[in-house]
Design a protein. Sequence first.
Length: 192
Amino acid sequence: MVILVSLFLGTTLAAVAGLRAFMPLFLIGVLGRADLLGPVFSIGESFTWLTSDLAILTFGSATVVEVVVDKFPGADTLLDTVMTFVRPGAGAVSVFAVLSSQDPTLGYVAGFVLAAGATIPVHLGKGLLRLGSHAATAGVGSPVLSMAEDAGSAGAIILSILVPILALFFGLVSLILIARLVAKIRRRRAAT
């Protein structure tokens, strides 16, 4: 059961990395440092560096920069373009960190699979939503969307860790949303 719950936490972390690359790494480090990962989750021995001062400061600063820049139309598009190459790696490391304490092989395989299967579709979906928002509201709606993404991302991670049963819920919701997004993209491609 612990591995299953950890897999769903991994799914949540990977999906959140599609919105905010550094937030999962920062919150894992902070919660791990404060011993709030609880009895269910732990950071793999190879990833305890996430709880170091340097990692928390680095990922915390990167999270703040990402959150602030994402509030400005135009800058958010540039940020998303650059982060296309960073988010899958951040998602994979987040999954590695929480699953490698259970089974290192499972952690690495799941990290790569979830980085491709959860991080990338969420990132692409966010990009499409932002393009629509820019077009429909001349960019005015983007900061509102960004704040909702911030709150949802932080809330999903923190609640998944502090109340492990919610990891199942958020993991399933993430998988359903990703499946719907992939199906929608396939329908659009088939229609063209």
